[in-house]
Design a protein around this ligand. Structure first.
Ligand SMILES: Nc1nc2c(c(=O)[nH]1)N[C@H]1C(S)=C(S)[C@@H](COP(=O)(O)OP(=O)(O)OC[C@H]3O[C@@H](n4cnc5c(N)ncnc54)[C@H](O)[C@@H]3O)O[C@H]1N2
Ligand code: MOO
Length: 419
């Protein structure tokens, strides 16, 4: 008998899902392996940066007081009493009228407080002259101007991108605490499915969801383990899901969650004794997205329809997995843009339209990426964004401002605030 399912709002479904996310676990990664991971500890400045007053230019270090009164018609001369290259230490303090030749990155002598750039010096035999006075600390990189000892520079939960790697190296983090990556088991269901290398046959299609989800996971830096195909056989499907659950932290399936004769996932959840958080969401596509929990592990039952599968992953699996990794930004980057063509379909439920987002003109724009059914695969490939149209709205005219989510970028101004 067909089970009548009560749809939950996207916001409600997400809140329920996020409330079940297990606490993040940390591990140690070598600095060289840290790129792309999520920080499980803050990056704290263990010393000032720069650690000493230094020359930002090649030139001469002087005492600014000795330059007082210098002008175009009143040159002041300095005697050069030494040379400091980067990595070297000054030999002594400067006396009155003395200077040292100094290279970019080298520490200033203790009582020097200005640097005359080579271009600002008129050099002669033993020294040079200046034609203007120098203020205290002119042309000096001050100790601690970039970062102060003890300062928290990057909070935990942030992604380690190349700039963060540079900071970790600056402070001597040879290794860093990062979030442990969940291992995700992947399974596709359907007797109609062929593997990528198989020739097309009557009634069959190639599995595109399996490789697509693996790529969506890879985009988050999360490894996946493929458990291949579940044919439309309940016992075999049950055993495979159970094995995957034992061997991984989370299992994602596609297909078999609707109400058809071979949609076995609901029966599998029941046999496992898994708690189904929701199995119908008031959204298009992806209304059949199902999430269940078994012994603290998530089972994501994504739709078999490719566009619905893609959206179900980005809206639900992504934030749950990122939150498991302690991410501070689990939701998709969000922005707004001007719709460049009419979208007249009414939206009884929240609609996520695969779309093309551009910001090459004066204002960011967005347009549907083409064939917009939940079984479409071409529009996912063409899209770089998801346009969010709220449930209950009646169609949008060209020129309307709409919400846009940006999978696969760090570009959005903020995270999506679930309406
Ligand atoms: N009587 C009803 N029928 C359907 C309903 C409903 O409410 N009542 N919901 C529809 C909606 S909405 C969706 S979405 C689909 C969801 O179905 P399933 O998630 O159970 O997926 P399947 O039936 O297995 O497959 C749907 C479709 O997708 C193709 N598919 C499946 N797996 C893959 C794959 N790995 N790669 C590419 N394509 C795949 C499959 O061949 C089907 O065409 O149910 C509606 N029906
Ligand atoms: O879940 Mo279906 O994708 O709404 O089309």
């Amino acid at each position: 008998m067909v089970q009548i399912r009560k749809p939950v709002a996207v916001k409600e479904a997400l809140e329920l899902l996020m409330a079940h996310v297990p606490a993040p676990r940390a591990e140690t990664a070598a600095l060289a392996d840290s790129y792309g991971r999520i920080l499980a500890e803050p990056v704290v400045a263990s010393h000032d940066v720069p650690p000493f007053h230094r020359a930002p230019y090649d030139g001469f270090a002087i005492r600014s007081e000795d330059s007082r009164g210098a002008g175009e018609h009143c040159r002041i001369s300095f005697r050069v009493v030494g040379h400091i290259g980067a990595g070297q230490m000054p030999a002594r303090e400067l006396g009155e009228g003395e200077a040292v030749r100094i290279m970019t990155g080298a520490p200033l002598p203790p009582n020097a407080d200005a640097v005359v750039m080579l271009e600002q010096a008129v050099e002669d035999g033993q020294g040079f002259a200046i034609r203007k006075p120098f203020r205290a600390w002119e042309n000096v990189s001050l100790r601690g101007e970039d970062a102060k000892a003890g300062e928290v520079l990057v909070e935990q939960g942030n992604l380690i991108h190349p700039g963060v790697v540079a900071l970790l190296a600056t402070f001597g983090y040879a290794s860093v605490r990062v979030a442990r990556k969940p291992v995700v088991g992947l399974m596709t269901t359907g007797t109609e499915l062929l593997q990528v290398h198989e020739p097309l046959a009557p009634g069959k299609i190639r599995d595109s969801n399996g490789p697509m989800i693996a790529a969506q996971l890879a985009r988050l830096g999360i490894p996946s383990r493929s458990y291949g195909f579940v044919r439309d056989d309940l016992d075999q499907a049950f055993e495979l899901v159970r094995r995957a659950l034992r061997e991984t932290d989370c299992v994602i399936t596609t297909g078999g969650v609707s109400v058809g004769d071979y949609d076995y996932l609901p029966a599998i959840y029941e046999r496992l004794g898994a708690k189904v958080l929701f199995n119908k969401v008031a959204m298009r596509p992806g209304s059949v997205t199902t999430v269940a929990v078994w012994e603290g592990k998530f089972l994501f039952g994504l739709s078999g329809n490719p566009s619905a599968c893609y959206v179900g992953f980005e809206i639900f699996a992504r934030p749950a997995l990122l939150r498991m990794m302690g991410s501070r930004k689990p939701y998709l980057p969000h922005t707004q843009a001007v719709l460049t063509e009419d979208f007249t379909k009414p939206n009884p439920f929240t609609r996520f339209v695969r779309a093309v987002y551009r910001h090459d003109g004066s204002r960011p724009t967005v347009a549907p990426a083409g064939f917009n059914k939940s079984n479409a695969v071409s529009s996912i490939a063409r899209s770089n964004a998801l346009m969010v149209l709220p449930g209950g709205s009646r169609g949008f005219r060209r020129g309307a401002i709409v919400d846009v989510l940006l999978p696969g970028t760090e570009e959005g101004e903020a995270e999506w605030r679930i309406p």
